[in-house]
Design a binder for this molecule. Structure first.
Ligand SMILES: Nc1ncnc2c1ncn2[C@@H]1O[C@H](COP(=O)(O)OP(=O)(O)OP(=O)(O)O)[C@@H](O)[C@H]1O
Length: 476
């Protein structure tokens, strides 16, 4: 017998009351019945869960048993005819309630098939506690040319993680482009998968609004096929693009959308075209003030606008935070075709410094008091873009290099989908609009005005008064 016993584990002390659990003998028929009921219950749950398969299967089975093959075939023919009638009769409601939901269900199934592989290869699958955790594919919504996939992110992920691998996802799912946008809840990201390209076709000049809507000027079409409204109130607009990228079309789309306002006196356009009038020259009568050759006149024009902005700011101080345009105090829009000519390439140092000083005042103080700038620039290098941060709205058209995109539009914008360097030469006028505070760039095609259309616009709405400092009285 050992001297000392060593036993590991907790000691269970004797309880004051001891209960012996009763032993029930179940007959075999009862056990079998119980298993059968359980199996039936599970089957019912599965049948209900996959109702979209079982429901039609039962229905078609019943039709077949009742009428033979004529039953299901007749039913399908009737549904087809009804759907075609509905589609031709009222297309919007047919698309909304029949076609898009049916397509969304099919696409969801399609995406689910590749989902795991897509998430793992894009490194969006997370390893945690010896498990692989995938983002969850929630809903799919279809619209013209785009599928919007709602994805519940894994804890710790952010929409930018998806934005960074957007290109990879686009190849995996076989779509043109993927854009990741924060969803309605913090844990949801919306992946926009673009299939067709509604911007492939030229956008013709849009109707001129009788009263300009300064918060949404109709200037082109956006990537989902809807019209795009550019906000001018409270902002300054910078357009950057390589030569031939369509900067002119942005400028003329904006001018056209404001044209009726110039006639009623609600808007005054001031034009600066340092390239000698090459771009703005044909529509010069649209501008209340216009300068294209004399740099001194251009400087004066900018200084006048800056002085006006300062004046208005002083008068409006304490009264309102946003100026409302009236014929007495119209909205002034300075349209500058090649900003770098004034801020970087000008050899007269004194003039350049004056222009830079006035521009800084104008850009920082003008937007709240109705003095706006729409400036185009071709060279996106930092040294010619000292004012970038003073433009809350930036439009990037085709650019030569990927590195230029963030330089022009802001940090991280290329990852978020602003692929300006991928815009083909065959798509002039296509660009990405970025607005300060909005993390998602919007792909837009601006309307194109031919020279004749610009001339016609100028003839209809033009009111030129001052050109290069010289006062020309009367209507053009
Ligand atoms: N929105 C548009 N839609 C279709 N084609 C366009 C559009 N904008 C421009 N184009 C075509 O591209 C050509 C070049 O456009 P535009 O002169 O406006 O470019 P840009 O960027 O101003 O070039 P540059 O810096 O050389 O003046 C135009 O002649 C026209 O044929």
């Amino acid at each position: 017998m050992p001297l000392v016993n060593v036993i590991r584990g907790d000691r269970i002390d004797a309880a004051p009351i001891n209960v012996r659990t009763p032993f029930i003998r179940i007959p075999l028929w009862l056990a079998l019945t119980w298993w059968a009921v359980k199996a039936l219950g599970r089957l019912t749950v599965v049948l209900l869960q996959f109702w979209y398969v079982t429901g039609p299967a039962v229905f078609f089975g019943w039709l077949y048993l009742r009428w033979g093959w004529a039953g299901p075939a007749g039913f399908l023919a009737a549904v087809g005819a009804l759907s075609a009638g509905w589609g031709f009769g009222h297309r919007p409601s047919w698309l909304r309630f029949a076609w898009w939901p049916a397509l969304a269900r099919y696409r969801r199934w399609l995406y689910r098939r590749n989902w795991q592989a897509a998430m793992v290869t894009a490194r969006l699958a997370v390893s945690f506690d010896h498990h692989t955790v995938l983002p969850v594919l929630r809903k799919v919504r279809c619209a013209s040319g785009v599928d919007v996939v709602a994805v519940r992110m894994v804890t710790g992920q952010i929409p930018d993680d998806f934005a960074k691998v957007a290109e990879r996802l686009a190849h995996t799912f076989g779509v043109r482009q993927v854009k990741a946008v924060p969803g309605p809840r913090p844990d949801v990201v919306l992946l926009h998968l673009f299939r067709g390209d509604p911007l492939a076709k030229l956008v013709h000049p849009l109707p001129v609004p009788a009263v300009p809507e300064f918060t949404a000027l109709p200037v082109g079409r956006q990537e989902d096929g809807d019209g795009y409204g550019l906000r001018l109130f409270g902002t300054q607009v910078l357009v950057v693009g390589a030569t031939g990228s369509g900067k002119g079309s942005v400028i003329w789309s904006v001018v056209r959308s404001l044209a009726a306002g110039t006639t009623t006196g609600l808007v005054q356009l001031w034009g600066l075209d340092p390239k000698g009038g090459m771009e703005l020259g044909i529509g010069a009568p649209m501008f209340a003030r216009f300068a294209c050759r004399d740099y001194g006149a251009m400087c004066e024009l900018i200084e006048d606008a800056a002085a006006l902005a300062k004046n208005r700011a002083r008068n409006l101080h304490g009264r309102t935070r946003q100026h409302t345009p009236t014929p007495d105090e119209p909205l002034i829009v300075l349209v500058i075709d090649e900003l770098a000519n004034l801020t970087a390439y000008l050899t007269d140092r004194q003039l350049k410094d004056r222009i830079k000083a006035a521009l800084s005042i104008l850009l920082s103080q003008g937007r709240a008091v109705g003095v706006h700038v729409v400036a185009a620039i071709q060279d996106p290098r930092k040294e010619v873009l000292p004012f970038r941060d003073l433009f809350p709205t930036r439009i990037g058209l085709r650019l030569a290099e990927a590195a230029q995109v963030d330089l022009v539009l802001g940090e991280g914008m290329r990852d978020r989908g602003a692929l300006c360097d991928r815009i083909p030469q065959s798509l002039p006028g296509v660009g990405f609009v970025v607005i300060d505070g909005d993390p998602t760039p919007m792909r837009v095609r601006f309307s194109y005005l031919s020279d004749d259309e610009i001339r016609e616009l100028a003839q209809t709405y033009g009111r030129l008064r001052v050109i290069d400092g010289e006062v020309l009285d009367g209507v053009a």
